[in-house]
Design a protein around this ligand. Structure first.
Ligand code: ZN
Length: 233
């Protein structure tokens, strides 16, 4: 296995796209993985291909490093979830304060499948956009959960995977800044125009921060982060 080869969990949203750019700067070979679990915002999955294509066009080195794309169907995850992510119900908080967009253990499941794929593909770095700073209350975005998962995967697969989470300690404004630092305006423009974050799956009008309904929690987070970032520039 090469320590210079990575698998990026690419949902098609802002965070995972920024992680893909981060990985393309660092690793010799970068493959991508998306999950189809019946999410309401399935448009995300369509945007993955667009993001990959646009990134490859940004820099010759990125085109060279960008490897295969994988999509895994996880319909079972949708079947065991009773949430606003997979059903046509309003997004609200439950009694624990968790938004009902939460699919229990989703990131743990994603990471287990990612590691199984990475093992088969000879990729030792697994890169994800998990973030503890504005994690919307999802407990499996927390650093301790990721670190514990890394230990479990390495023991359970007798491997030496490193789970990389470049966004773990930064907020959305800093995520925009990270994209700017990595790829300048050209990369920021691709993220604004072609990534998809809106939970409701609306492309709708193009705002300064991208497409989306502008009202759901994911849009609010993205829009507020963009506003904070641009006001600090
Ligand atoms: Zn939205």
């Amino acid at each position: 296995m090469s320590g210079r080869a990575a698998l990026v969990l690419l949902s098609g949203g802002q965070d995972s796209a920024t992680c893909l750019a981060w990985a393309l700067e660092r690793f010799d070979r970068v493959e991508t993985l998306g999950f189809d679990y019946g999410q309401r915002h399935a448009i995300e999955l369509k945007q993955r291909a667009v993001v990959r294509e646009k990134f490859a066009a940004l820099r010759p080195a990125w085109r060279e490093r960008l490897g295969e794309d994988h999509t895994l169907g996880l319909a079972a995850l949708g079947a065991i979830s009773d949430t606003a992510m997979t059903r046509e119900i309003a997004i609200e908080a439950n009694e624990k304060g968790l938004p009902n967009t939460f699919v229990p253990g989703r990131n743990l499941i994603f990471l287990a499948f990612a590691a199984a794929l990475a093992y088969r593909r000879g990729l030792t770095r697994i890169v994800g956009g998990m973030c503890e700073t504005d994690f919307s209350g999802y407990p499996d975005c927390r650093d301790d959960a990721i670190k514990a998962m890394q230990v479990a995967l390495n023991i359970g697969m007798d491997s030496r995977f490193t789970l990389e989470t470049p966004l773990m300690w930064i907020d959305k404004a800093a995520t925009w800044e990270l994209a700017q630092t990595i790829g300048g305006d050209a990369l920021v423009n691709v993220i604004v125009n072609d990534t998809h974050t809106c939970y409701l799956g609306e492309r709708g009008a193009l705002h300064a921060w991208g497409h989306g309904c502008g009202q759901c929690p994911a849009c609010r987070l993205r829009a507020d982060g963009f506003a904070k970032w641009t006001s600090n520039r």
